[in-house]
Design a protein around this ligand. Structure first.
Ligand SMILES: Cc1ncc(C[n+]2csc(CCOP(=O)(O)OP(=O)(O)O)c2C)c(N)n1
Length: 680
């Protein structure tokens, strides 16, 4: 028995030694390749910290997840990533682990549960929390190990994520590589507390403070304990591991902020030398054996360089691949309209039959009923947001759903927008179909990093490996005297982001159809609602119909001018069109319904027939989405136009409170009527 333990220990220690050495040689070679111009961008080396990656990652189970930061080469190698694919990624080659689209800071290998390197400090924390949530909800026994630097602990996302993980007892292990510095600022100048682990303790999270990160066995033992704790359903664990990077923050760093003596002191505790000594002193390996390992590692890294060097780069047209996962929305210039898989594209300029006579359900009820249907039919669907439970949502959309589905599937969250969206992203990556609610688009700015830098980009950065089927519901626009911080229309910002889909239903029928379509997507969808539409009534079939994402709708036919609009401005424009009709002017009203993808085919077909275009939106005029639509019309249909493309938009002011002033800041029927007449 003792003999078996010794053998196991020997082979494990030798494996650790070899892996740490592989990381060291890989990094030294990367630095050399960087110097030769083979590697671009930043390059953050892991030299000195090898024991942390190997100690922590080797004890994970194959099903566990790892998320880390931009100093990720060591973590990827420790998880078993092929050094050839890693070097090829640094070289920007098609054979790289992220097809050359991620680079050094964004390594991915979902087959290994390696869910990415993230270059936004702290950005991976809420996502790891979401993966933990998915694991818990699916009863999978998977732990998410999330590695951060000490620099991340002052980010809001750190606190939001620790709190959420602790509240919901999620199987997450937070590992902080405390190497004493952010880029060049020591932690003593950025953190006023006593020890980083105290932050975790304040959320009642089990902690292991000050683990010796230069000793692979100490890291291994601490991580093992943390994993057992997390896997047993007791909630997250926090490890603070003390380590040191022997090189600069990146290759560009001359390291002028710390003394050579300090560096020398740490180098005395070189983790590879510590392990080498132990292997020799305890009789696990002879010098001959160790040298054989060293030669093998040398050869492996050389082979990685050769492989990377000989690998091709993706062709330029491949930049358009991996942006969206769902194929549905391809420009159907061949056939008109935008197409959803299995749906016929509509090229009809006729008003659709989609807006039946006023009756049955409100816009709010249409959304609520659809959420209920989705929850009933698919176990993967769950709702998450502030006050969506007992309170029923700030706009009462989710009222009653908690009672029917319980707190697991209708989850009240803390007021923590970043964690809500990030956890949604992680849960989506982990196989769930989350629908998260952000009370208003104004508050989405607190989650903008998660929406724009993460949800939208993960697929591309991972070379097509990650899918984020997340729906984010939120309310846009004004008209309720809620002042500047609750009333803006910011969707144009999101509509400019590749990787996101943005939809904006104006009718109960479109709301149900677009929500059902949104849940079919494998991509993140921002689903916009408007508080002044919630009471609007319309007929809504209970069937499973879809309103294709990326398909506009002609809400009124006309020959004299086209007015293009969306969301709350649709009924306003329709009323203006009614008035114009009384004067014999027939306006065609195109409701975009989707801002991204944008159905320019329907817009252009209409404009080509009427020769006149006005774009109406509630958002600020400068840089608004109407500017994009107007630019596209003049680029693509200039010769068909009888006049300039006009815009009627919100005033360029923060939304004022007083009823009369708010009215003055929003587009009015009168302005729309005037704009159309000015073209005739
Ligand atoms: C949100 C954000 N702010 C700033 C930066 C720039 N930046 C990159 S690395 C870094 C220091 C991070 O230090 P730490 O988390 O301790 O990790 P380490 O580099 O020491 O491994 C900073 C400020 C960034 N990438 N993201």
């Amino acid at each position: 028995m003792a003999r078996a333990t010794l053998t196991t220990e020997k082979s494990q220690l030798l494996q650790d030694y070899r892996l740490m050495l592989l990381i060291r040689r890989f990094e030294e070679t990367s630095a050399e390749m960087y110097g030769r111009g083979k590697i671009g961008g930043f390059l953050h080396l892991y030299i000195g910290e090898e024991a942390v990656a190997v100690g922590a990652i080797k004890v994970l189970e194959p099903q566990d997840y790892i998320l880390t930061h931009y100093r990720d080469h060591g973590h990827a190698l420790a998880r078993g990533m092929d050094p050839r694919r890693l070097m090829a990624e640094l070289f920007g080659r098609a054979t790289g682990c992220s097809r050359g689209k991620g680079g050094s800071m964004h390594l991915f290998d979902t087959g290994l549960g390696f869910m990415g390197g993230y270059a936004i400090v702290g950005g991976q924390l809420p996502i790891a929390t979401g993966l933990g949530l998915a694991s818990q909800m699916r009863d999978e026994q998977r732990v998410a190990l999330v590695i951060i630097g000490d620099g991340a602990v002052q980010e809001g996302e750190f606190h939001e994520s620790l709190n959420l993980a602790a509240l919901w007892k999620l199987p997450v292990v937070f590992l902080c590589e405390n190497n004493g510095y952010g880029m060049g600022t020591p932690i003593s100048k950025t953190y006023s507390g006593k020890g980083i682990h105290e932050l975790a303790r304040s959320y009642d999270i089990a902690c292991r403070p000050q683990v010796d990160g230069m000793d692979v066995l100490a890291v291994r033992e601490a991580t093992q304990e943390a994993l057992t704790h997390a896997r047993s359903g007791q909630g997250p664990c926090f490890l603070e591991v003390l380590t040191y990077r022997f090189r600069g923050h990146s290759m560009a760093d001359p390291v002028e902020y710390r003394s050579r003596e300090e560096e020398e002191q740490w180098k005395q505790r070189d983790p590879i030398q510590i392990l080498r000594r132990r292997l020799q002193e305890e009789g696990h390996a002879s010098v001959v054996e160790l040298e054989a390992e060293e030669r093998a590692v040398e050869a492996e890294v050389e082979e990685a360089v050769r492989f990377a060097d000989e690998s091709p780069v993706l062709p330029p047209e491949a930049i358009f691949e991996d942006v969206y996962a769902s194929p549905p929305t391809t420009p159907a210039s061949q056939g008109g309209g935008w197409r959803v898989e299995g749906e016929e594209a509509s090229s009809s300029p006729q008003p659709s039959t989609l807006h039946p006579p006023p009756s049955q359900v409100t816009y709010r009820e249409a959304i609520r009923t659809t959420l209920r249907d989705l929850l009933r039919r698919d176990d993967r669907v769950f709702l998450m947001g502030e006050d969506i439970g007992e309170y029923g949502g700030a706009y009462a959309v989710t009222r009653g759903l908690l009672k029917e589905f319980g707190p697991e599937r209708v989850r009240n969250t803390p007021i923590a927008e970043s964690a809500i969206v990030g956890a949604g992203i992680g849960a989506a990556m982990g196989g769930m179909r989350p629908i998260v609610e952000i009370m208003t688009i104004n508050f989405s700015l607190l989650a903008m990093d998660q929406i724009v830098n993460h949800a939208a980009k993960l697929r591309s950065m991972s070379g097509g490996q990650i899918k984020v089927p997340l729906v984010i519901r939120t309310v846009s626009g004004g008209g309720n005297q809620l002042g500047a911080q609750h009333s803006q229309s910011l969707e144009g910002w999101y509509a400019s982001v590749p990787g996101l889909k943005v939809v904006a239903p104006a009718t109960p029928y479109d709301a149900r159809g677009l929500l059902l379509a949104a849940l079919d997507q494998e991509d993140p969808v921002l689903f916009l609602e408007h508080s002044l539409l919630y009471g609007q009534r319309g007929a809504v079939p209970e069937t499973d119909y879809r309103v294709p994402i990326g398909l506009a709708d002609v809400k009124r036919a006309g020959r004299d001018a086209t007015v293009i609009t969306y969301l709350r401005m649709v009924p306003v424009v329709l009323r203006a069109a009614e008035r114009l009709a009384q004067e014999g002017i027939e306006v065609e009203v195109v409701d975009l319904r989707s801002l991204r993808p944008l159905d320019m085919d329907t817009v252009l077909a209409s404009v080509r027939r009427t020769s006149r275009a006005v774009v109406v939106e509630e958002a600020w005029r400068t840089g608004g989405f109407a500017a994009e639509v107007a630019a596209r019309i003049q680029e693509e249909a200039f010769d068909d136009l009888d006049g300039p493309v006009l815009r009627v938009a919100g005033a360029d002011v923060p939304m004022p409170y007083a009823r009369e002033l708010e009215r003055a800041a929003l587009p009015s029927e009168d302005e729309i009527v005037r704009a159309v007449k000015s073209l005739l």
